[in-house]
Design a protein. Sequence first.
Length: 143
Amino acid sequence: MELNNIDNILEKYFEATTSVAEEKALRAYFSGEEVAPHLEKYKPLFAHFTKAKEEVFTKQVPFKKSKPKFKFMYAAAAVVLLLGMFIGNKYIEQRKLEKEQAEYAYQQTKKALNLLAENFGKGTSKVAYLREFEETKQKIYNH
């Protein structure tokens, strides 16, 4: 292979723009006996890549079946959720009951005030008679 061509492909290789065929040509060139002296420093690099490509991992990796660390966490979360819903429902019902009691107390107070106003109106008409009686009495005593 032409030396200029190898230099160009090597430059493209380090810029990560080579094709698979060009990389194969570089591996073939650097695995051969005749390598240009200024490119001799790249020979161990490509020798390592060739050797690494042939390596296979053969050791068995034991997988432990892990136990759930929080086995009761799901049940506890469900209990807390249900408890929250129960307490929230009780709170809402209590608020409704308090509102109904307040409405009932308001209606009873309104009735009592209306009754008072009605009787107060009757009382003022009687006071007019008392005033007339008082004026007549004063006329009698003054004459």
